[in-house]
Write a protein of this length. Structure first.
Length: 230
């Protein structure tokens, strides 16, 4: 979506959990997106789910990334500011998601998404309205990226990671619905395609073997609709 193949998202507090655990790791676990997406939060991955205060951003966490997003509900956070400052030096596109448009991060980011959610019910508890709204924005952004990168066919995830039985069953239902074929036919095609959903769908919709389906995808540069001539 940004013309490169890497993205980093960093935050502190609830914004950091949204960036790291709830969005990028969810997306990476569900879709074989073919690009490098990383989430970082104050305290680092070694902190697990425990809060660690006083953490500052390290340069190694943004090196080689091409897009950097910062999530924070409050006015100033050294971790997020450090991430945005270093990302700018690296030439990355920077985005700030905040519920306070007057925060310092808004002056550092190229793109600012300011969510006007109003005061929290519990003063200072940004995990409530601010954190929830930031999570919704992250969902929309990451989903839009998946669509733009071609990992969605109609409203179906066509590049799902088949890492467990539940996801494998979902893949069969997706292929059956997208092709109008029986689940048994989808299972046969998926097995013949080496468990590649994209190849399997071309096989099912065009009535071709796996080898020809792969050739059509290769000729279309991997674009599914191009391979299907849609």
């Amino acid at each position: 979506m940004w013309g490169r193949d890497r993205a980093a998202n960093g935050g502190a507090g609830c914004g950091g959990m949204s960036a790291d655990v709830w969005d990028f790791e969810e997306t990476d676990a569900g879709v074989d997106c073919g690009w490098k997406a990383s989430g970082y939060r104050g305290g680092g991955r070694g902190g697990g789910f425990r809060s660690r205060r006083g953490t500052r951003f390290g340069r190694k966490e943004i090196d080689e990334q091409r897009r950097c997003g910062g999530d924070r509900g409050e006015r100033t956070t050294p971790y997020v500011l450090g991430a945005l400052q270093y990302a700018r030096k690296r030439g990355a596109t920077t985005v700030a998601i905040t519920s306070n448009r007057h925060m310092a991060a808004a002056r550092l980011a190229k793109i600012v998404i300011a969510l006007e959610v109003g005061p929290e019910v519990l003063t200072g508890s940004t995990r409530l309205k601010a954190g929830t709204s930031q999570k919704m924005v992250l969902n929309m952004l990451s989903t839009a990226v998946m669509v733009r990168l071609g990992h969605v066919y109609e409203n179906l995830m066509i590049d799902a990671e088949l890492t467990n039985e539940k996801l494998a069953d979902r893949a069969l239902r997706i292929l059956a619905e997208a092709s109008g074929k029986r689940v048994s036919a989808a299972e046969h095609a998926l097995r013949a395609a080496g468990h590649n959903m994209r190849v399997a769908l071309v096989m099912l919709k065009l009535g071709v073997e796996a080898g020809e389906a792969k050739m059509k995808l290769r000729a279309a540069g991997g674009d599914l609709r191009g391979a299907l001539a849609e």
